[in-house]
Design a protein around this ligand. Structure first.
Ligand code: ATP
Length: 357
């Protein structure tokens, strides 16, 4: 049995199923993120683990113990919210010590524990300051120290970095992961930010409309999205509608606007409607005569380490991302070819869904 187990967890609000039949096993020491668009049920799931929301059905087990109906404070979990929720009239030291007082840890033990927690988040010199005297990143580190000082079996993070500006946010992602590795606390984080989930999680749980649609390591979700929704939600992608033209045992060709494109997916039937997903960085620009497809450079955008091209051709506009190797980019209006290897093409069965806004 895993350290934290959600089994067939459901939460209904009247006719609305906010979370439907969610099962998830988290191993001890693992960092797992719940990722999905607004309203998909991430926070509700986290709140059921925390004990703030009671499931309508299903069970939650922590280290083998059924905690489904246990009171939040009896679970002893560490929780960090987006809003920090620090006490403004207390110093950093007292904010961190507060959790220990609540747990009735003897006074003599508290001081070294708080000092240890502040050192962990690199805030030892700030112990006597008040929250208003700290930057956003420092406040969030106080919140983290306060959650970790109680040595919780599980750390729950609800969009912990979303109040920080982009640069600090990225720096804090790495710091958060480093701290989590050091203390080894099993962690579940809610985020709607794919880059954040990918960069620091062992596994990512993708949720959509109250349900889990994929649980996997970040690179697997990126490279092998199980649904078209995940292809769209995670990173940039080209989605190309087509029909299976030929099918052999292991592979097939798909006709895209009359052009036969090889794919490596078994079990397809001739005439079947499919949607191909090709990541922009998997496409290469080449001479028009060498390309599987041809088109013209409609637009190009300099991203620093990469170039993003919009190529207009028979399939509409296709995105291509190439590494910036220092050489001059392709000119606007230039004719180009596009090539790729069949193994990078993901095939989703069925017609393409309407693109979300
Ligand atoms: P966000 O990223 O916007 O926070 P989320 O994925 O965390 O979204 P939840 O907050 O879990 O989503 O909400 C899931 C669904 O449940 C939403 O449709 C929401 O409106 C609904 N919901 C959440 N809490 C309640 C409540 N107390 N009463 C009624 N409906 C609720």
């Amino acid at each position: 049995m895993s350290f934290l187990e959600l089994k067939n967890i459901t939460k209904r609000y009247g006719p609305l199923t906010a979370v439907g039949d969610v099962s998830l096993s988290v191993e001890k020491g693992e960092f797992v993120s719940l990722l999905g668009p607004s309203g998909c049920g991430k926070t509700t799931t986290l709140q059921m683990i925390a004990g703030f929301v009671e499931p309508s059905a299903g069970t939650i087990r922590l280290d083998g113990r059924d905690i489904t109906r246990a009171k939040a404070n009896s679970r002893g979990l560490g929780i960090v919210f987006q809003s920090y929720a620090l006490f403004p009239h207390m110093t950093v030291f007292d904010n961190v010590s507060f959790g220990l007082e609540m747990q009735r840890v003897p006074k003599g033990e508290r001081k070294p524990r708080v000092e240890e927690a502040l050192s962990l988040v690199h805030l030892s010199p700030y112990a006597k300051r008040y929250p208003r005297e700290l930057s956003g990143g420092q406040r969030q580190r106080v919140a983290l120290a306060r959650a970790l000082v109680i040595r919780p079996p599980v750390l729950l993070l609800d969009e912990p970095l979303s109040n920080l500006d982009a640069k600090l946010r990225e720096a804090m992602q790495y710091e958060l992961r480093e701290i989590q590795r050091k203390v080894g606390t099993t962690t579940v984080m809610v985020t709607h930010d794919q880059a954040e989930a990918f960069s620091i999680s062992d596994r990512v749980v993708v949720m959509e409309a109250g349900r889990i649609t994929q649980i996997d390591q970040p690179y697997r979700i990126y490279e092998h999205p199980e649904t078209e929704f995940i292809s769209r939600f995670v990173g940039k992608t080209n989605l190309l509608p087509g029909k299976v033209a030929t099918a052999t045992g292991a592979g097939a060709t798909v006709s895209l606007a009359g052009i036969a494109v090889p794919v490596e997916m078994p079990g397809l039937s001739v005439g079947e409607t499919v949607t191909l997903c090709i990541r922009p960085e998997k496409l290469r620009l080449t001479q028009p005569s060498n390309g599987l497809l041809t088109g013209r450079v409609a637009d190009r955008f300099f991203l620093g380490s990469q170039w993003l091209y919009h190529i207009d051709g028979p399939l509409g506009t296709v995105m291509v991302v190439t590494p910036n190797d220092g050489s001059a980019p392709a000119d606007q209006g230039a004719p180009v070819g596009l090539e790729w290897t069949p193994s990078v093409v993901r095939v989703h069965r069925g017609a393409m869904a309407e693109a979300p806004d």
